[in-house]
Design a protein around this ligand. Sequence first.
Ligand code: NAG
Length: 312
Amino acid sequence: MDPGSLSTISEFILLGLSSSREIQIFFFVIFFLVYVAIVVGNFLIVISVIFDNRLHSPMYFFLANLSFFDLCLSSVATPKVIADFLRKHKTISWWGCMAQMFFMHFFGGAEMSLLIAMAVDRYFAICRPLHYKTIMSRRVLIVFLLLAWTIGLLHTTSQMIFTVGLPFCGPNVVDSIFCDLPLVIKLACTETYSLELLVIANSGLLSLICFLLLLMSYVVMLVTIWKHSSSASSKAVSTLSAHITVVTLFFGPATFIYAFPFSSYSVDKFLSVFYSVITPLLNPIIYTLRNQEMKSAIKRLFNQRIGSWMST
Ligand SMILES: *[C@@H]1O[C@H](CO)[C@@H](O)[C@H](O)[C@H]1NC(C)=O
């Protein structure tokens, strides 16, 4: 579609986090370091799970796929955000803006579905341990992954299909570090009430409901563990608490941004930082630092690679 036919503006202006030059350089350094850590951390998880036979179980496959989504999610906007800190005029084209929103919600929706699949996986491991191996077969695993991709695609398409059609005739200032649905919809020079409702329902309400269901299911699992306390239970509790932390970090800001999106915006800017850089960084930290198997897999990976590199 040609934006020019509907809109008189072809680009948006991003306000960023601050207008002070020193503070922007400070943010540049911080965001750059965090992004490097996100890429290295998540990449290490993906590589260790793929190459280490000891981690070939559904839980670790899900974990590697989650890391992959984190990598994609943070790469949608963060590199441009980092470069923008050094630019005086931060602009983004109409296409760039639409692409950012599309891929943010695509990977966000896929990640959301994957977190639910991970909860289902843990549920069967804890509450149906005898049938776990037969239930979570390779085929079921693939079905869950395909579902995650499909739900992400449906989720983002259902909102973007209406957003790309919006006419923009100025103002074109987005008060954030990247284009995000509520902020951009607000700029359209037409009635957007029904689209706002769609975004609230599709992004806000959905993440709120998923969040509550996930928390409830983790509580059920914790109660189950406490009832049959055994030697394996402390490990299970630590796995579950890692999951609960990640779920809260992911859904908390998302719910806040999209369930009450069209009233106040000042908090949203900082929540979107959370969503795009903090969560993708914390996932590898939470899973690797708390997980002995993951840590030793990464050590083995290093020993093997460095060992073979030294002997050649
Ligand atoms: C995702 O999970 C599947 C297991 O079904 C695995 O084969 C694949 O390597 C994983 N993908 C990534 C990027 O880790």
